[in-house]
Ligand binder design. Sequence first.
Ligand SMILES: Cc1cc2nc3c(=O)[nH]c(=O)nc-3n(C[C@H](O)[C@H](O)[C@H](O)COP(=O)(O)O)c2cc1C
Length: 451
Amino acid sequence: MSLRRFQNASTIPSEILGDHLKFRNGRETQNRFLKAALTEILSTYSLEEPKKHGLPTESILNIYDKWGNGKFGMILTSNVLVDPKNLEAAGNAIIFQEGESLERRALFSHWAKLMKKDGALAVMQLSHAGRQTPEFVNPTPWSASDIQLVSAARNTTYGKPNALTTEQVKTEVVDRFVYAAKYAYECGFDGVQLHGAHGYLLSQFTSPTTNKRTDKYGGTIENRQRIILEIYDAIRAEIPPSTGFLVGIKTNSVEFQAEGTTLEDAIEMCTVYENKGFDFVELSGGTYEKMLFSYERESTKKREAFFVEFAEQIRPVFEKTVVYLTGGFRTVNAMVDAISKNATQGIGLGRPITAEPNLPKKILEGSVGSAIQDCFDPNDMSTSALASGTQMEQMGRNSMIASQGDVMHQITDFSQAESVKRFSDAMLVHFQQAQQDIEHGKRPKPIVIFD
Ligand SMILES: Cc1cc2nc3c(=O)[nH]c(=O)nc-3n(C[C@H](O)[C@H](O)[C@H](O)COP(=O)(O)O)c2cc1C
């Protein structure tokens, strides 16, 4: 029996979470829940045949078969990369012209179909990792400027990036995003979300920590944001709003780094997204250099969500753009509070829904008042992210039919201290093996395979 011990977890009326959200093009979600992007790292990575990089596998399809039965309003894919050489991880799904094939189109189309099974909108997150590409994937990735990431995040190293020239911003970035967005549209997705948060390429442009350019893409916020607006315009030139296709963005509300994106910057950028016509914005925060997924700040201790105090201040700029807030939500109380106090319209969920892929359904039915509470240190994002990766691998082992309709089939219950202890042991072995693999020039396994 999974445990839910959150102090704040009394079951309160949750009808508000079932409200539809309406986008400016007239489309609607069936409720306020968003399945946030969670990298599975379960797509193909083929050094022998780079054309076969980034194909979604059966495992990915099985995972979304489960979330497609979870009663989300909107489901985001994991980050789908637009450049096979600038990956967040070896094993990401990728859309790129050089990899065009009927097989790839069929797999992405099937993926979209599974996401929509019980009424969710299927939206693909598009990303370019820039300098956050692991060194063993590419020692010289692209970035806004040639500032190397020096970080122990995710136990990997990162090479010194090359700054894109003005022309390359178009050919290596804008054109690739547009190609992938069109591909998503043709495969039946309801929209795309640009990944403009967490230190990936688009936020390497918007953040002064990583953008030292002196051309039209550097300096003022207007210039630093220019690449995102160019991508938006170029996507809309191909797929106008009248098609019903949604275009959104995930953006940082704050970075807490010297020269990093401030709340004032975020307010200014979000005003531009509202005026430009973005259908939705998802607010988050942090980069690999400064991870902000923790419960340590005072407002988070009181209100659970990591960025709620910032969202509250950004929220007034949005009139037509729908706003989602992701990070830290675990109880119905905190979700309802964030909506009632007008910090957000939609509720994004990440780690809780790898433990329980149909959490929205249970909340909407009124059968639970919170997520399952695991026994990991709530401020240890690295370990709980690895555990989430393991749970996704477990979700991917079987389809819904093979799991006899049980979305929780084979998922380890980390509310039990004993399973967390066993997982910690498995993690140690995993890291030792990864170290040896790196020393032998092999690709380390990204996932702790467990149970
Ligand atoms: C395993 C894992 C993978 C993630 N992958 C992505 C990703 O591909 N794109 C993204 O925007 N955020 C990614 N995130 C961040 C989540 O979308 C979310 O913002 C974060 O986990 C905080 O929400 P939570 O507290 O509900 O987990 C990932 C997080 C985890 C734990």
